[in-house]
Design a protein around this ligand. Structure first.
Ligand SMILES: Nc1ncnc2c1ncn2[C@@H]1O[C@H](COP(=O)(O)OP(=O)(O)OP(=O)(O)O)[C@@H](O)[C@H]1O
Ligand SMILES: [Mg+2]
Length: 297
């Protein structure tokens, strides 16, 4: 009998061999950008960034899906104020289909609630795994951007999301501990996967100078010790409205559409879609899945 690892290897091989035909740019209108949002230190604003960034992408006309990938912790649905009763677990155990658990959030974003891990896929029989993955792949086609909001730090799960995504957004704040942890994360991930495309987001700055100094502290060490250039995606101001919005379980960009930090995320989303590189041929959800599976084999 074939063991699980063998079965997964076969799946990967199959998905790789079909990649070139399916991903032929001449036959595809657009490519989904798959982004993992992470941080070294916890509580730096990943989930708030992910949610409001997704909403601003959606506002600008880009179909966006968030995967709450923080294993064990539900973040996104709490910030939205509508706790979901279904999650990936129900799909993986065959009780629901993916389309039954995808939630519609503010501005029309879609999100998949957390609460159960992708790692449960490991325990699925090959047939169910295969049908889930092809369902996921087909479903993902409809989005321009897919964001994975991860937990803080370098868990095995987070590393897997980072190495499978097209790009990794690292969030930090000006706090020295957050800066040190952001660099530590970049260093470890870069050591393991030198192809990772990082972008830095500096959150909770009190003025532009602090933002630039913070970014410089991360980027200069990466340049010096890793010979790695890390582009800065953008800055977000520290604003007490963010905490108030969290308490009201309403995204800050919805509750306070005109405050500076909302405008910053709006600009950041637009700039990203206008200037960001198109994902390469080996990007998108299909490749996310195949890279993600590979780590197990
Ligand atoms: N720009 C900001 N201005 C003021 N407060 C902020 C800002 N961003 C985040 N916060 C505060 O930080 C808290 C944590 O934010 P959030 O939950 O988004 O962080 P996280 O990185 O996702 O945390 P975790 O690592 O636990 O997943 C928020 O509840 C809010 O109080
Ligand atoms: Mg979070």
């Amino acid at each position: 009998m074939m063991d699980q690892a063998q079965a997964l290897r076969r799946l990967v091989a199959r998905s790789n061999s079909s990649a070139s035909s399916v991903d032929d740019p001449s036959t595809r209108q657009h490519r989904t950008r798959v982004i993992t949002v992470t941080s070294g230190k916890g509580g730096v604003g990943k989930s708030n960034f992910t949610l409001n960034f997704a909403m601003m992408l959606q506002e600008a006309g880009y179909r966006t899906l968030i995967f709450d990938a923080d294993i064990g912790m539900a973040n996104i649905d709490v910030l939205i104020g509508s706790p979901a009763s279904v999650n990936l677990y129900h799909v993986l155990s065959g009780m629901k289909r993916l389309e039954d658990i995808v939630q519609i959030g503010p501005k029309g974003i879609h999100y998949v609630p957390g609460g159960s891990g992708f790692q449960d896929l490991l325990n699925m029989p090959e047939e169910s795994l295969e049908s889930f993955l092809s369902e996921l792949e087909n479903w993902a086609e409809r989005y321009d951007v897919i964001l994975f909001d991860t937990g803080a730090g370098l868990s095995k799960e987070t590393i897997r999301f980072v190495m499978a995504a097209d790009e990794t957004f690292v969030i930090t704040t000006p706090e020295p501990t957050a800066i040190a942890d952001a660099y530590a994360l970049i260093k470890v991930v870069y050591g393991m996967f030198p192809d990772t495309k990082f972008r830095l987001v500096v959150n909770r700055i009190s003025d532009w100078a602090e933002g630039q100094q913070t970014a410089e502290r991360v980027t200069s060490v990466a340049r010096r010790f890793l010979q790695l250039e890390i582009p800065v995606l953008g800055y977000m101001f520290d604003d007490p409205h963010v905490m108030q919005a969290v308490k009201k379980q309403t995204p800050f960009s919805l509750l306070y559409p005109n405050i500076r930090v909302t405008e910053q995320v709006r600009q950041l989303a637009r700039a990203y879609m206008n200037n960001g590189q198109q994902p390469k041929n080996d990007g998108g959800m299909k490749n996310f899945i195949s890279k993600w599976l590979k780590r197990w084999t």
